[in-house]
Design a protein around this ligand. Sequence first.
Ligand code: UGA
Length: 443
Amino acid sequence: MRITIFGTGYVGLVTGTCLADVGHDVICVDVDTDKIARLRDGEVTLYEPGLESMVKRNLASGRLRFTTDPAEGVAFATLQFIAVGTPPDEDGSADLQYVLAVAETIGRHMQEYKVVVDKSTVPVGTADRVHSTVADALAARGETIDFDVCANPEFLKEGAAIEDFTSGARIVVGTDAERVKELMRECYAPYSRLHDKLMFMDVRSAELTKYAANAMLATKISFMNEMANLAERLGADVEQVRVGIGSDPRIGYQFIYPGCGYGGSCFPKDVQALARSAAEVDYLAELLNAVEAVNRRQKQNLFQKLFLAFDGDLEGKTIALWGLAFKPDTDDIRDAPSRTLMEAVWKAGGRVQAFDPQAMKECRRVYGERDDLILVADRIQAVKGADALVICTEWKEFRTVDFEWLKANLSMPVIVDGRNLFDPRAVKRAGLRYFAVGRGDSL
Ligand code: UGA
């Protein structure tokens, strides 16, 4: 089957590559000429385990192609996936200009029946706007060619995107058209071999499903962060509470890890966008707003703990920072808790000496060269000459630590751990002060 994907960002590239890998003929279209040139050479500019080798394999087989020519993309296939970005507008609502620009392009070039598939995370009602944009573009040409629009949200986690695409729990397709159902069944047949993962529903429900899933997961995290903050004040250990509640299958163990706040390109943006959609239909989404507020506060927590440990004086201090990415196995620092921490340290007159296994290039790109940001080659270098250590990302390699060595190398014996990586007793035995999340300072 032939498939066209507009957008070679995270979602578009993973989708296109995975679909090529199961035998479809895929063409990916992007306006970024530099990116397309690199992709044609098999160079993947984002970090996702396994993706680059998969791109190379499918380029070599000829099943995966890249182009900057939208007309070529539109002509190539009946299925036209839109997987371009939906960045937040100033008011938090999703900016649809890129999605609608692709819709317009499809309407401008199409010569026969097409199915426009919304893969981007878009507010409820976007499929209708895509539909009218394509129709307007056709009308401008004086054409009346048949087409359908369906919603097919993605549920990929960065760092596990290939696994999520190939073995995800479900494939949601929002459409009422039998013709679309047949085409989407054919597209996703390779992933439904063991059991039928396809869930057909109406378009608006599919669009809301995506937001509801992310909002539910974000709610679990904010809830646990609230419990952690309470545990700190009530003298309890949230890690024991986590195990205690997770054992109830109605609650489950997943996404109840307290930490320094959720980040990334999805949860913060999607929770805000859904709250914004609610406001547009005159509904005050109190829970969503609270989830967002708790998260904002949680991201400030690390700095507050650090600030207290230094008696409010971070002027001239060097803070070792382990982890910049919003979570392990990605180089993504969008809305990462590390950024809130760094920016607060800088504001207080301190400097940051940071290491991340993947995200340092991205960090340099975002913040540029500056005296108060020193990026070093490994976690040991980050600690050398530093006053205290803060941990923002739970990369595997941060989990084992020689606390005696740390104690000897930090001028202040302080670890602020945003991911609860260590046994507090072991840290304290070495004579370090340990500020974890929801575990009290005295465990
Ligand atoms: C998330 C969803 O998990 C995907 O299902 C969804 O498809 C994707 O957004 C999207 O909308 O595209 P992702 O942003 O890659 O995926 O990252 P997650 O693994 O969900 O983590 C998000 C944040 O929550 C991270 O900052 C992580 O550290 C934090 N988190 C996660 C916690 O603080 N505690 C937890 O228990 C779990």
